[in-house]
Design a protein around this ligand. Structure first.
Ligand SMILES: NC(=O)c1ccc[n+]([C@@H]2O[C@H](COP(=O)([O-])OP(=O)(O)OC[C@H]3O[C@@H](n4cnc5c(N)ncnc54)[C@H](O)[C@@H]3O)[C@@H](O)[C@H]2O)c1
Ligand SMILES: CC(=O)N[C@@H]1[C@@H](OP(=O)(O)OP(=O)(O)OC[C@H]2O[C@@H](n3ccc(=O)[nH]c3=O)[C@H](O)[C@@H]2O)O[C@H](CO)[C@@H](O)[C@@H]1O
Length: 492
């Protein structure tokens, strides 16, 4: 079967022209790196002219990145390849017929994680567009994170139906998942090892040829298509599980009155071959477009597989339990807020709460699936007045995000740190207290940013994730002068 494909590819020769479908966080840097390589003659970026993303086409043709936030090397790379005439962005998919290889990097979110239903509509549309225009000897690589079984399942089926060709005989097909992190997209594509899973050895080899010229430190790791799909979804499900483990340990430490960071330091001290533990950091929640969904792709893959795993009766997947723990953390932040306000003699209803941090990641403007939104909504539901600050996120549907911290901190009953942006590590307790203007403002630290003692000694009610040693601290007696200053009178 793949002997035919091998002969076709040998006659066709090396890959020279590439198409990248989906001009997003993944597709744009990949297209820029392919275009900048002297191994390739030309790269098309294919972007559907949708209301939400069609604007990218013109920007990219002018060599300008539509991505927000700092992406080292990307701007100069895009300008260089666009000006050199090695890259162009288009919504005309017929140009795919001029390419030797096409990668697909379209979003693959979940509609509803409860019934494990992903929203594959954009992806299936992209596959149909690609299938219509691939030719004999094309290589198609699915880079999107997908449910295991998708590449050699529905993807292969659509590509064959639309092209009239047969995968593994007339064209090569592989899954090569992306492992980039926002903020270091170019570096990650160049330096991470690249999982390459062809539907057969010939397809795997062809996909390795495609990526090798843009890998600097990284190397191609060949495996089956299904193994590649499971690798990608499992590596993020496992990361989510690690985060959930330290989050649950933090909740235990709060209940036992100890400092989770003492425990972390203690456990981390156990070093050596095969005995080191991998403790991560507890926090106000897990956001982003990867960890929040990839577990469900993995679970769906197992659910769809013909054989069922041999598991204990009534077993809940530890990966899904992990997701539930991480999704609980914004509610835990809310519970700490209510407890803190109660210690100050207040209720969430009518309280002024300042949220510091809307991005899901430190020093990033990416707010996709941000835990801050769940916390924000719980506060509103409880009748609190909420203001939001973030130094990097400029706007978010339905939420006013201010870039001026003073206006957010002023007249606050409670201040919640949801994202560990560098700016927040410089907060001065006395300055913040003066801005807050209440005798006993509450500080709820979701990212281990502030010094508990500095804020407690300045008159704050402190609550911190994992800080069982501080969360029930003695309340500093009010300074009569202080009471007068803020318009209250101490004592009867
Ligand atoms: N963003 C990351 O850091 C990251 C990291 C690893 C893996 N991934 C995976 O990569 C995939 C893409 O993620 P992303 O963050 O780049 O998504 P994105 O939303 O930033 O970009 C997707 C792009 O594809 C376009 N698109 C959608 N349907 C299309 C179609 N039919 N034809 C042409 N273009 C179409 C969208 O308009 C958008 O511009 C996802 O499966 C994601 O899980 C993302
Ligand atoms: C780094 C890694 O191996 N995978 C990366 C991951 O990138 P990401 O953009 O999702 O970023 P993460 O760093 O995973 O953070 C996610 C959320 O978890 C919170 N968090 C994190 C660490 C911790 O100790 N405690 C926490 O609470 C954090 O605040 C944030 O909200 O997925 C991408 C897509 O597949 C991968 O490509 C990419 O390599």
């Amino acid at each position: 079967m793949s002997e035919r494909l091998k002969a076709i590819l040998s006659k066709k020769g090396a890959i020279k022209k590439i198409g990248v479908v989906g001009m997003g966080y993944v597709g744009i840097p990949a297209a820029a790196l392919f275009a900048d390589s002297c191994a390739y003659d030309f790269v098309w970026g294919f972007q559907r002219n949708s209301p939400s993303s069609g604007y990218k086409i013109d920007l990219l043709n002018r060599g300008i990145s539509p991505l927000k936030g700092k992406e080292p090397m990307l701007d100069s790379l895009l300008a260089r390849v666009a000006n050199a005439g090695k890259f162009a962005c288009t919504s005309d998919f017929s140009n795919i017929s001029k390419t030797d290889a096409v990668t697909i990097s379209i979003q693959t979110p979940f509609l509803n994680k409860d019934d494990l239903e992903p929203d594959f509509r954009p992806l299936l549309e992209g596959l149909r567009s690609v299938g219509k225009h691939i030719t004999e000897g094309s290589l198609v690589v699915l880079e999107s994170t997908v449910t295991p079984g998708t590449t050699d399942g529905i993807a292969k089926q659509i590509l064959e139906e639309e092209s009239g060709l047969t995968a593994g005989e007339d064209f090569a097909l592989a899954h090569a998942p992306e492992r980039v992190m926002v903020g270091r997209l170019i570096q990650n594509i160049q330096e991470h090892d690249r999982i390459v899973g062809g539907i057969d050895d010939v397809s795997t080899q062809r996909a390795k040829e495609l990526y090798s010229p843009i890998l600097t430190k990284g190397k191609a790791i060949p495996m089956s298509t299904r193994a590649a799909e499971v690798t990608k979804t499992a590596e993020n499900a496992l990361r989510d599980l690690q985060i959930a483990a330290i989050n649950e340990l933090a909740l235990y430490c709060e209940a036992m009155g100890i400092n989770v960071y003492d425990v972390k330091a203690g456990v981390d001290s156990l070093k050596g071959e095969g005995i080191t533990r991998a403790l991560l950091y507890p926090g106000a929640g897990v956001g982003g477009h990867c960890l929040t969904k990839d577990t469900y792709h993995l679970e769906r893959g197992v659910k769809m597989s013909p054989l069922k795993p041999d598991l204990p009766d009534n077993n809940s997947s530890i990966f899904v339990v992990a997701r539930n723990i991480n999704d609980f953390m914004p509610r835990h932040m809310f519970n700490l807020t209510v407890q803190g306000l109660k210690r100050a003699g207040k209720k969430p209803e009518g309280a002024n709460v300042a949220i510091l941090g809307w991005a899901f990641l430190n020093n990033s403007d990416d707010a996709r699936n941000t835990p801050s939104e769940a916390y924000h909504d719980l506060l509103l539901k409880a009748g609190a007045n909420v203001k939001v600050h973030d130094p990097h996120v400029e706007n978010y549907p339905g939420v006013a995000i201010l870039q001026d911290p003073l206006s957010v901190l002023r007249n606050s009953d409670a201040i919640a740190i949801m994202t560990g942006h560098d700016e927040y590590f410089k907060l001065n307790a006395l300055t913040v207290k003066e801005l807050a203007g209440s005798e006993q403002p509450v500080i709820i630290d979701g990212r281990n940013v502030v010094s508990p003692d500095e804020f407690i000694d300045s008159g704050f009610i402190y609550k911190g994730i994992g800080r069982g040693d501080k969360n029930m601290h003695p309340i500093r007696p009010l300074n009569p002068l202080e009471c007068i200053a803020v318009g209250h009178h101490a004592g009867p």
